[in-house]
Design a protein around this ligand. Structure first.
Ligand SMILES: Nc1ncnc2c1ncn2[C@@H]1O[C@H](COP(=O)(O)OP(=O)(O)OP(=O)(O)O)[C@@H](O)[C@H]1O
Ligand SMILES: [Mg+2]
Length: 264
């Protein structure tokens, strides 16, 4: 069962007295807020047209929380997720990841945040087609110059976690969609990020494989990883602690999932 909260801002911290980029860091740590956006906007300009995809989002995500983002097609879910995960740059507003205002970072610092703090999973897996499952999972670790032996051990451990150790030497085209997505989840966790972002991770999967992915995400959440997942599927969103509904680039409302009533 869920209960509705028509005023999402009532759950948020008072942000009016925050000096950008400094005080909020302490406040975020005190409240164990790992992600935060302040008046976030993203406008796409293509020729004479401007599309206001995100129009003023204030959001806080607590450390260890599982947040689902829902809303109709075109409501700005992916745009918001891409800004929040530092893939894309907002037009206006601030994003804090683990206490850091990402607008204040140099390119190198941002690249480091992307490598260490963030895992990403997309609807269309996006694995390296010519690399084996093992090599795909190892890839993010090579960027951090982790020694080969350690890399391989960690990749095998992750493949074991997603139930695909036996497929380590297979390339993506030899694997089913569900298996490829589990490899993508393993790869996203390679550098042990505190936050995992997922954009419709079960969108291309049948219900049996979707279920497997969700069970996997549930176990990852139980290990303390913060999850932010865009989904169209209410059954998938039921696994989250909180669901925000977007409409026209804004948060329409939010629902807190009452765990005692959800069969988890
Ligand atoms: N690169 C872009 N250039 C111009 N407009 C864009 C671009 N990307 C997205 N948009 C527009 O921004 C709006 C929000 O798109 P977005 O992809 O964030 O929606 P969504 O909620 O993720 O939709 P879906 O559920 O279909 O994935 C849409 O009107 C879309 O057409
Ligand atoms: Mg989308």
């Amino acid at each position: 069962m869920v209960f509705k909260m028509d005023n999402p801002s009532s759950t948020m911290l008072d942000i009016t007295n925050i000096e950008r980029g400094t005080v909020s860091i302490e406040e975020m740590k005190e409240n164990s807020v790992i992600l935060k956006t302040v008046n976030l906007h993203k406008t796409y300009i293509s020729g004479p047209l401007a599309v206001q995809a995100v129009r003023g989002i204030d959001l806080e995500v607590k450390n260890g929380e599982f947040l689902a983002i829902m809303g109709p097609s075109g409501s700005g879910k992916s745009t918001f997720l891409n800004c929040l995960s530092a893939i894309d740059t907002p037009t206006m507003g601030d994003i804090f990841i683990d206490g850091q205002n990402i607008a204040a970072l140099t390119d190198n610092q941002l690249a480091d945040i992307r490598l260490r703090k963030i895992g990403l999973v997309f609807q269309t897996f996006q694995l390296f087609e010519l690399l084996t499952a093992l090599e795909n999972v190892e890839m993010p670790m090579t960027f951090l110059k982790i020694p080969k032996k350690e890399r391989k051990e960690r990749a095998l451990e992750l493949l074991r976690m997603v139930g695909l150790e036996a497929r380590a030497q297979h390339i993506p085209s030899e694997l089913s969609g569900g298996e490829q997505q589990r490899i993508a989840v393993a790869r996203a966790l390679a550098n042990d990020p505190p936050v995992l972002f997922l954009d419709e991770p079960t969108g291309d999967l049948d219900s049996k494989n979707s279920q497997k992915i969700m069970e996997l995400l549930k176990s990852i959440h139980e290990k303390g990883v913060t999850l932010v997942m865009v989904t169209h599927d209410p059954e998938m969103a039921a696994y989250a602690d909180r669901v925000i509904n977007m409409l026209d680039g804004k948060i329409l409302n939010e629902e807190i999932n009452n765990k005692t009533d959800v069969n988890k």
